[in-house]
Design a protein around this ligand. Structure first.
Ligand code: MD3
Ligand code: FE
Length: 226
């Protein structure tokens, strides 16, 4: 296939030899554009299977509000927000059943991405699935409920483009915004693991498969006692 026939090349998403691009955002943070695109349909199927067992829901927040992104989890532990705070639980509070198992396709993708970024032996035991519709966003925050920050966080974006905000170790640090597209994978570890980040909103676009919806799947290793 020539470059002009390859849609990914036309968008400069692949390197000249057709490998996905890698962008070092800063030490410990790597953006693997299009890393998951070849198998994206499989990952969307896995997401749907999880959501069939543990539906997306808008969780309440300690501040008295409600998350504008709908969420669910899979794996041994699931992330839960409630008026009492943020925590990881072995049971889905909606039905008191264990969270769905992490689909092997997703576990393997996360492990491969981590390995590519230099984190061998990533063993995520929790996977948070976020669903963004028109108007949804996620304010600047740190991910620090895991108890183990020696392992990285891996995130997979699927569907409509999201506008990602990426700051520094302090809330007041300068924030950069960039687009996360279908198939893009981020790996954050080391010094970048506790940086502030969020989702400003969705791009004025739609995706051939998911329409106006954006999904994000994050993989983490949580200390079960935390
Ligand atoms: C940087 N999700 O679920 S993914 C989250 O697109 C979350 O739904 C966003 O932030 C989303 O907590 C952003 C990219 C991401 C995820 C985790 C990180 C960036 C990160 C953890 C530490 C530093
Ligand atoms: Fe986060």
């Amino acid at each position: 296939m020539t470059d002009t026939q390859n849609p990914a090349r036309q968008l400069d998403l692949l390197l000249p030899d057709n490998r996905p691009s890698r962008e070092v955002l800063e030490p410990g943070a790597l953006l693997l554009r299009q890393f998951a695109t070849p198998s994206a349909a499989i990952f969307l199927q896995a997401l749907q299977a999880v959501a069939q067992q543990a539906p997306f829901r808008h969780m309440r927040t300690p501040g008295g509000g409600c998350m504008s992104a709908a969420m669910t989890s899979c794996g041994a532990l699931g992330w839960v927000s409630s008026p009492q705070g943020y925590t990881y639980t072995p049971l889905d509070p909606l039905d008191q059943q264990p969270w769905p198992a992490m689909p092997a396709s997703l576990f393997t993708l996360a492990q491969n991405a981590a390995q590519t970024a230099g984190y061998a032996g990533f063993t995520p035991n929790t996977c948070l699935l976020n669903c963004y519709q028109n108007g949804a966003h996620m304010g600047l925050h740190q991910d620090r409920d895991e108890g183990d920050i020696t392992q990285p966080v891996v995130s997979l974006s699927l569907g409509r483009t999201g506008l990602f905000m990426w700051g520094g170790p302090n809330r007041r640090d300068r924030v950069r915004t960039f687009a996360l597209d279908h198939g893009d994978v981020l790996v954050w570890g080391g010094p970048a693991r506790l940086h502030y980040h969020g989702i400003k909103g969705l791009a004025p676009s739609s995706h051939p498969t998911t329409g106006l919806t954006r999904f994000n799947i994050t993989f983490r290793h949580v200390m079960p006692s935390s």
